[in-house]
Design a protein around this ligand. Structure first.
Ligand code: UD1
Length: 340
């Protein structure tokens, strides 16, 4: 089975390519390397012993996309990661986000229709739920008004895909990720944020390695046990494996409806202070941090109800927070010592 992975050199994409190859799929990658590097291919080869077919492709170039599918007529399924993902940047430059995340999806779906590619897995986000009314969040929780253009592109993308499944032979699964962290246990691939990291775990590891002076904890006055925000941190390899089982579900036609959504999290919430403590334990370091004001737009607590994914996909996160943080730390050390 040939699977096209868009954004396959990116953080979640590259880990999913590893999981796909290890499950026996043949992988084609397209990527415009806007937030990734060609070195990632080498890491994938080191882990799996197999080199995926790679082509530089910017999915905004409709003609190039069309040509790519003309040249590759035997694709069995697509996992679509390629997209922009920085919340703040999307507020500053919404049209970039609508072009990069929505136009490209439309072009891909047009090719799916034309070439009868029936299986699509889409990267969605728990951001579609906004501030949840109750916890843990189930897939039937309402999709709330998006609080950023980035979040809006995830909501609109799900609608575009759903509408397309109604008028074609396409079947699709949107995976709503909670907070992916960590790296492949080999430390051959991992997360490489551009510039100053916006997300908690890369900021922690960069602080511990001495690249940043101090972590700012955004608020300790939330209505949670220790006052810091709660999130559902999922090991990126668990997330990668969820893509493989979701794809298999479509290929084996086990899906119940043409468009399905699944939460992909651990089901366990951890506070910022708990993450810091767990990191200090696994790294044997003491982290320099201070509490500052809340970050605008942050919600108090978010974690997944994973019952649907457990039952329907037969998938459950296998790795805990400490293992994820250990892998993130190992990766950070590898990057600073050997990759840069
Ligand atoms: C964010 C995005 C989400 C996106 C995800 C992955 C928002 C509102 N949500 O999730 O849509 O899918 O990133 O890119 O931006 N924190 C600190 N100090 C830091 C960084 C973070 O205390 O330097 C705290 C935050 O307040 C939050 C938690 O750590 O409570 C996690 O933050 P982060 O890693 O940025 O993820 P989210 O905001 O949950």
């Amino acid at each position: 089975m040939k699977i096209l992975v868009t954004g396959g050199l990116g953080y979640i994409g590259s880990h999913t390519v590893v999981a796909l190859q290890q499950a026996g799929f043949e992988v084609l990658i397209v990527d415009n390397m806007s937030n990734s590097s060609i070195d990632v291919l080498e890491g994938i080869v080191k882990i799996t012993g197999v080199s995926p077919q790679f082509k530089y492709l910017d999915l905004r170039d409709k003609n190039e996309v069309h040509q790519y599918f003309k040249d590759h007529k035997d694709i069995d399924g697509i996992i679509h990661f390629a997209a922009s993902k920085a919340v703040g940047e999307s507020v500053e430059n919404p049209l970039l986000y609508y072009e990069n995340n929505l136009n490209t999806l439309v072009y891909l779906l047009q090719e799916c229709n034309q070439h009868h590619i029936q299986n699509l897995i889409f990267s969605s986000s728990c951001t579609v739920y906004g501030e949840p009314d109750s916890l843990p969040i189930t897939e039937s929780a309402p999709v709330k008004e998006a609080n950023s253009p980035y979040g809006n592109t995830k909501q609109i993308s799900e609608e575009i895909i759903f509408d397309t499944t109604k008028i074609s032979d396409l079947t699709a699964i949107a995976l709503r990720y909670f907070n992916p962290i960590g790296a492949h246990e080999s430390a051959e691939i991992g997360e490489l944020p551009l510039g100053v990291p916006q997300n908690l775990v890369p900021f922690i590891t960069q602080t511990a390695i001495g690249l940043r002076e101090q972590l700012s904890v955004f608020g300790n006055d939330y209505p949670t046990e220790d006052g810091s925000c709660i999130r559902d941190y999922i090991h990126v390899m668990d997330l990668a494996e969820a893509h493989v089982v979701a794809l298999q579900r479509l290929l084996e036609k086990n899906n119940l409806t043409a468009f399905e959504v699944f939460n992909v999290g651990t089901g366990k919430g951890s506070s910022v202070f708990e993450v810091i403590q767990a990191f200090e334990k696994v790294s044997g370091t003491s982290l320099n941090y201070k509490v500052v004001d809340r970050r605008p737009g942050d919600v108090n607590a978010v974690y997944a109800d994973t019952a649907k994914a457990n039952k329907e996909l037969g998938w459950k996160a296998q790795r805990d927070l400490e293992e994820a943080l250990r892998s993130a730390w190992k990766w950070e050390q590898e990057v600073r010592n050997n990759k840069i």
